[in-house]
Design a protein around this ligand. Structure first.
Ligand SMILES: [Mg+2]
Length: 467
């Protein structure tokens, strides 16, 4: 997988060296030589990852990173700080500023490339959710995704897979002190069993009694429910060369022994924070989706969804050479219901109609409220005579049992239904709906509480008489 990388360093030589290396690996490289330039470049070029120098005049790397992470447009772009600073407190400062990793020069190239690919892969998944959110934003339903809140203190339950009892005790002590809940197991088998209890993060040692951390990680990734579970790998300093493999297998982050308490805390928080961010995006998406496509009152699909769905359903019907029918239903004298009983009762009638419709159609039919007291059912692979029968059954289901509303009072309700079916391969959603509408109008004209087929519909199926 290739990626677009923004390289930021105040020394042009450093930029050139990294640019050459990355280009040789088929990454696309964009460069900036100051923090301010980086902020602009990140917005304009939408890179997949940012490699950020720490020591820069004016705005240093820490501040640049903080600003990138605070901005909704750039918060989701992974940042790797690459620097000659080796002090542990600098690493922690970098991670606290929102960096996804902090690599100390000289960086092993293989590890760096693998790290870039792994972070870019995680970002791609987030991009998809962001794109969905944008689409729904354009539909007039605004998403609420924001920047990463670096001042929060996310906590969660952590599964620690560590055979060494002393290390396990120390690590869980540090994390518990930071507000995390920790469960310890010694083997990958125990870990796979324990996972069903629900964890937000897995920390695994590379060495396990029955397996190794990488094998365990790939087992985890093979299971649908743990595909996005954050995994932190703990390695010995001499095992850093193996990290590339780890990133390839899907680890999210790593720690080198002896594990520094502050670095452990902040890396765990970063993973938990990103998990929350992803979940928020998904939740926003689902929320936007339901707002954008369904009718609040009845829970049926709305006009917007109907339009898109009719298009797809019609195209599929043409491609498969199958029939497609639509019912258009309108409640008779609905204005009178509202005038006599009030709008609350009117709303209850609409809801009850939706419920009765839902029970009368097949599960692959689509019912939508088109607006007001008008409803549409789209019926794939359904010829007009079958659709006419369904319409007649629906008419009866509405007319035969009065609607119970409010305090036990019963309101008689009837509906008129028009039926139309696709004709030829050039039929369009609009014309199909217009013919159903025409049939509906005919049903009204003929005295209501009845089903009419579109003009010129197959004579042998004929007009369905009032039951
Ligand atoms: Mg510098």
């Amino acid at each position: 997988m290739t990626a677009r990388v923004l390289v930021v360093d105040d020394l042009p030589t450093n930029v050139k060296v990294l640019e050459a290396k990355l280009t040789a690996e088929y990454f696309t490289v964009i460069t900036a030589t100051s923090g301010a330039e980086a902020l602009v470049a990140a917005k304009e070029n939408a890179p997949d990852i940012i490699l950020l120098d720490v020591m820069m005049p004016e705005m240093d790397g820490f501040e640049t990173c903080r600003r990138l992470k605070a901005d909704t447009e750039t918060a989701h772009i992974p940042v790797v700080m690459v620097t000659a600073l080796s002090d542990i407190s600098d690493r922690v400062t970098g991670l606290e500023a929102g960096a996804d990793d902090f690599l100390t020069k000289p960086v092993n190239d293989i590890t760096l490339f693998a790290r870039i690919r792994s972070l870019a892969r995680i970002k791609r998944a987030i991009d998809e959710w962001r794109m969905q959110e944008e689409t729904y934003g354009q539909l007039g339903v605004s998403g609420q995704g924001g920047g990463l809140d670096l001042t929060d203190h996310p906590t969660g339950s952590v599964l620690l897979v560590e055979p060494d009892e002393y290390v396990a005790e120390r690590v869980s002590g540090v994390l518990e002190e930071d507000g995390q809940t920790v469960s310890c197991v010694r083997t990958s088998e125990e870990a796979l069993g324990a996972l069903t209890q629900g964890f937000e993060l897995v920390i695994t040692s590379l060495y396990l009694e029955d397996s190794d951390g990488l094998r365990f990680c790939s087992q985890l990734r093979a299971l649908e429910e743990y595909r996005t579970m954050p995994v932190l790998l703990v390695i010995e300093p001499e095992e850093v060369g193996g990290l590339a493999k780890g990133f390839e297998l899907g680890i999210n982050d790593y720690l080198v022994r002896p594990v520094d308490a502050n670095e452990l805390k902040v890396r765990v928080r970063t993973q938990l924070r990103q998990k929350l961010y992803r979940e928020n995006l998904q939740e926003n998406y689902r929320h936007s989706l339901s707002l954008a496509l369904t009718d609040d009152l009845t829970g049926l699909y709305n006009h917007r969804y109907l339009t898109a769905h009719m298009d797809t359903a019609l195209r599929r019907a043409v491609a498969n050479g199958k029939p497609l029918s639509v019912l258009m239903l309108d409640i008779d004298f609905f204005k009178k219901v509202n005038d006599t009983h009030g709008h609350a009762v009117g709303d209850q009638v609409l809801k009850e109609i939706a419920a009765r419709m839902g029970r009368s159609i097949r599960e692959f039919d689509t019912a939508a409220r088109r607006g007001g007291e008008e409803f549409v059912v789209v019926m794939p692979e359904c010829a007009i005579d079958v659709a006419a029968n369904v319409a007649e059954r629906l008419r009866q289901v509405i007319a035969d049992t009065p609607f119970c509303v409010g305090d036990g009072q019963e309101v008689p309700v009837t509906a008129s239904i028009g039926v139309a079916s696709r004709q030829g391969d050039d039929d369009a959603p609009d014309t199909l709906l217009a013919r159903a509408d025409e049939a509906l109008y005919e049903a009204k004209r003929q005295g209501r509480n009845r089903v009419e087929l579109e003009p010129g519909a197959n004579a042998q199926s004929g007009r369905v008489a009032n039951g």
